[in-house]
Design a protein around this ligand. Sequence first.
Ligand code: FEO
Ligand code: CA
Ligand code: CA
Ligand code: CA
Length: 744
Amino acid sequence: MSNKDIIKVDPDDIGYNTSANPTFESVLNARLNRRDFMKGSIGTGAMALFGGVTLSSLAGCMGDDSNAASSTAKLLGFTAVPKSLEDAVKLPSGYSFTVLNALGDPLRAATAAYKNDGTDDDYENRFGDHHDGIEYFGLSASGTPDPNSSERALIGLNHEATTDENITSYFLHANGGTTTLPRPASEVDKEMAIHGITVFEVKKTSGKFAYVRDSAFNFRIHQNTVVDIYGPARGHAMLKTKFDPTSQTTRGTLNNCGTGHTPWNTFVTNEENWAGYFTRSATDNAARESVSGYAKSVTSLNRYGRAQGATSRHRWERDGSEDKYARWDISLDTTKAADGSGDYRNELNNFGYIVEIDPYDKSKRARKRTALGRFAHENAAFAPVVAGKPVVMYSGDDARNEYMYKWVSTANWDPADANASDRLAVGNKYLDSGKLYVAIFKADGSGEWKELSFGVNGLNASNTLYPFADQADVCINSRLAGDAVGATKMDRPEWCAVHPVNGEVYLTLTNNSQRRLNPTGSQVAPDAANPRVYSDVRGTTTVNTGNVNGHIIRFKEAGGNHAATSFTWDVYLFGAEASAPGVINLSGLTHDQDFSSPDGLWFSYATKICWIETDDGAYTDVTNCMMLAALPGAVGDGGPITVSGTNVTTYMGKKPTADTLKRFLVGPKGCEITGVTESPDGKALFVNIQHPGENTSMALVKAGDPDAAKYESQWPSNIGYGAGKRPRSATIVITKNDGGLIGT
Ligand code: FEO
Ligand code: CA
Ligand code: CA
Ligand code: CA
């Protein structure tokens, strides 16, 4: 079997939602004529919220080439990049890129250059692995915050994971990781250090961005960094550990996937597939049921994917000989204090949050914002702030059949807070007190936000699914709260983004291997918002079934008010192979546009282009993962369709044209394209190439010299970047050769 034939098993393709809430909206409210509904929801208010936006500029964002940001250059004026299986970053002609940093690059002058042969150390002072979300924070020439600077900046960068699924990786360790247990401390220390985040300085030198190796601003957060707990769970008994019996601190932030940029210029990083790093003994249910107050934690652990007997992804617990390893074993030790202060029975409750970091001040600890809910947070998208209105943030839960959430702050936005010097204090104001909601997508194209507050919507001690004790319990168990209020099971919510002009919210639904027409077990039936079920057949072999290629849904809040509790939605785009039949390729994608498994999603503020990135395993026999540029229209610009095959009626946006959707980038072999940000002038785009060579056959590599050409990818060493041949996750900076806006 060649690497090309390997069908990638996505380590993020996880699902634990066995709740009974409906996937098809069986209880329709008064069935509204959609045309009337749309007319009514546009009504008044939409213009008011996005002050300064006029009807003509609103039209400008809907695929009209006269967009204000591009008066001299046509948006999407480049020639589409063909699909590619090359081990290279492919861009349109007229564009170039440089590698800004890669796994292992030093962040200090005193840290040795990266050898990339498995013998490197001091990873606490190097870039970590699996670059993911990324955010840009401008710096003035004198080193003070300047959001408008396109010359100098701090970059917040997530390091989600490492290519080490079976502990035999040659990517990181000299001769492959150790499979005998307990694993050597040196290997575990290295792996704990490459997870987390990096904040680093970039500066333009001779017109090109480069990172500043010895900048005093540079810092890492890894798994031994102390982090503060904020919000309702701060000080709560359910977070008590041996490390901090007061439940005010924990260590590390883990599996940092997407990111967010607050209106007050802090960096937020999202903990996604954190649960899999913890182990739980095969007899832990009985242990918990024997200790007063812990029986219900079994329900929570099962819902978050840690059934008893679960093994940890990397076996970081080792033999429990040191506290920094022991914490990865969350089994309840009946010989220890009943309140959990003597072991790590509660450690899982210290993960699963959105974490706020002040990129400009490394002396301040990061804060886990527990009010924003606990789940597999993909990213955090803030709505444009309006003086006197609440701060609103959206975040999806990326696992099969999980939910879409939003946060509405109690405090109303004060524009003075955008320039506050104590940025984390501003975070306390808008991210610790407010309401969390979960989405219900209805069959008539409308939707509802259900409030997840203790004592509301049946979220109380007598709830039959799970007895909620207080607001902290609701936040810690957001998924169970979502189950209890009948939230809609989605096809893996990945990134969301708010259109900077019309305020509509876009959400990628990457794929769902568990959608079935006639579901059994944990499978779910198609519904209006997740309407496709089909099979991907190569030759005569069915390689994938369900929603194979994913889609992008979008919604418009009622009255244009982000704090509203109702919305209308449609499907902006369906992913598909261009040659797939129309019943699958519903959006009519051409070979210049076709894609599978949308994941990263972000709107440029300079051009308003919607950038779509893929993390795919279904179409990778034809093309590596990619990034597309899009100029979407608006909710309701298409109409209802009935998907033959499932016979489900959904609402689909206007089909894209060659002028409104175009492939811009294809990555090297085995990579995911993820994370995107820009300099404020729109002339430099920062994009991450995650895990090139992910499908490397470890057996092949082990059979020979690990540095021989056995890796699926040798990027970026194959373009002369750095030592060694092992593939490395990296950030690239894309510029236009004529110095113009990216995407024109
Ligand atoms: Fe880390 Fe769902 O992607
Ligand atoms: Ca993702
Ligand atoms: Ca993904
Ligand atoms: Ca990945």
